[in-house]
Write a protein that binds this ligand. Structure first.
Ligand SMILES: C[S@@+](CC[C@H](N)C(=O)[O-])C[C@H]1O[C@@H](n2cnc3c(N)ncnc32)[C@H](O)[C@@H]1O
Length: 279
C-alpha cells in the first residue's frame, strides 16, 4: 500500500500508511462524539449504511457495530490505498457485513438505496458540497437518514493564547484553505442540507477541550501538521524546520501547562435529517 493511485487532487493529507494510522488514532479520539451523533440520528440495528469518504474505515466500523450483523455497511473512498487499508482491517477482525469500494459515492451508481448515508470530515473536500449532498441523496431511501459530521476549524485554539499552539493552528488552517478545503464546513452544514433540497437538519456540536500535560489535543494537532509538512513546504506556508515536529507537541503542552490554560480541538458539527424531500 502506498500513496499511489487515485489520490484526490487537493486532498492535502495523502494516504501513506503513516497518515492512515494517524487518521485511525484521530478517529478513536473523536469516536464518542460520532457515536453520540449516530445514536441521536437513529442509526441502528439492521440498517444498510453508505459511508462517504471512508478513509481508514473508522466510521464504517462504528456503523457496522450499530447496525449489527443483520445490517450492512458500504464504505467508499476515492483513494485505493485507503480502501485497501480499511478492507484489510475488517478482514483481520473477521467482520463480514462491511465492504469497501474505490470511487466517489456522489458519482457511483449502487443499484440500491440505503437506509442511512453517513460521512465524517469529507464534505469539506468536495468542491461543491451542496451538489454532492444533492446527488448523494438519490442513494437514500425516501425515509432514510442523512448524517454528516464536519469540522469548524475556527474553534481550534488556546485560552489564554499559547503562541506555539496558536501558530500551529494557523499553519494548519492555512494549508487546508490553500488546498481548497472548507475549514468551516461544519457551521455551513445547515445551509448545505437545505440548499440541497433536504429537510432542515438537527445539529450538535462537540469539542475536545482540556488542560494539563495529559491532554491529547497537543499530539493530535502535531500529528496533522506532520502529515501536512510536504504541502506546507510546497505552498510556502512553513518549512519542516519552522514546524520542528520532533518537539512540537511538547512545546505546545509546556506553554499551555505553564499558563494553566486550556486547548480546544476544532469543533465537530453534526447535522442529520430524515427523508429526502421537504414534503
Ligand atoms: C479526513 S479523511 C476522513 C476519513 C473518515 N471518514 C474518518 O472520519 O476517519 C477524508 C477521506 O475522504 C476521502 N475523500 C475526499 N473526497 C472524496 C470524494 N470526492 N469521494 C470519495 N472519497 C473522498 C479522502 O480520500 C479521505 O480518505
Amino acid at each position: 500500500m502506498g500513496t499511489e493511485a487515485m489520490e484526490q487532487p487537493g486532498y492535502a493529507l495523502g494516504h501513506s500508511e503513516h497518515e492512515l494510522a494517524r487518521l485511525s488514532r484521530q478517529g478513536q479520539i473523536f469516536l464518542p462524539f460520532t457515536r453520540q451523533l449516530f445514536d441521536q440520528a437513529g442509526i441502528g440495528s439492521g440498517m444498510h449504511v453508505l459511508d462517504v469518504g471512508s478513509g481508514a474505515g473508522d466510521v464504517s466500523l462504528l456503523a457496522a457495530e450499530l447496525v449489527g450483523p443483520e445490517g450492512r455497511v458500504v464504505g467508499v473512498d476515492c483513494a485505493e490505498a485507503a480502501v485497501a487499508w480499511a478492507t484489510a482491517r475488517v478482514r483481520s477482525q473477521q467482520i463480514e457485513h462491511v465492504d469497501f469500494l474505490v470511487g466517489d459515492p456522489a458519482i457511483i451508481e449502487f443499484g440500491q438505496q440505503f437506509d442511512a448515508i453517513v460521512g465524517r470530515f469529507v464534505l469539506m473536500y468536495y468542491p461543491d458540497p451542496v451538489a454532492a449532498v444533492r446527488t448523494l441523496a438519490r442513494h437514500l431511501h425516501p425515509n432514510g437518514v442523512m448524517v454528516f459530521q464536519e469540522f469548524d476549524m475556527e474553534y481550534l485554539g488556546t485560552h489564554p493564547a499559547a503562541p506555539t499552539f496558536e501558530r500551529a493552528a494557523e499553519w494548519m488552517r492555512a494549508a487546508f484553505r490553500a488546498t481548497g478545503a472548507r475549514i468551516r464546513l461544519g457551521a455551513e452544514l445547515y445551509p448545505v442540507f437545505v440548499s440541497a433540497g433536504l429537510p432542515r437538519p438537527s445539529l450538535r456540536m462537540d469539542i475536545l477541550i482540556g488542560g494539563g500535560a495529559e491532554f491529547q489535543g497537543y499530539g493530535l494537532l502535531a500529528a496533522v501538521l506532520e502529515s501536512l509538512i510536504p504541502v506546507m513546504e510546497q505552498l510556502g506556508i512553513a518549512t519542516a524546520a519552522d514546524i520542528n515536529f520532533a518537539t512540537l507537541a511538547e512545546r505546545m503542552r509546556d506553554e499551555v501547562v505553564a499558563a494553566k490554560g486550556v486547548a480546544l480541538s476544532p469543533a465537530l458539527i453534526g447535522a442529520w435529517c430524515r427523508g429526502t424531500s421537504l414534503g
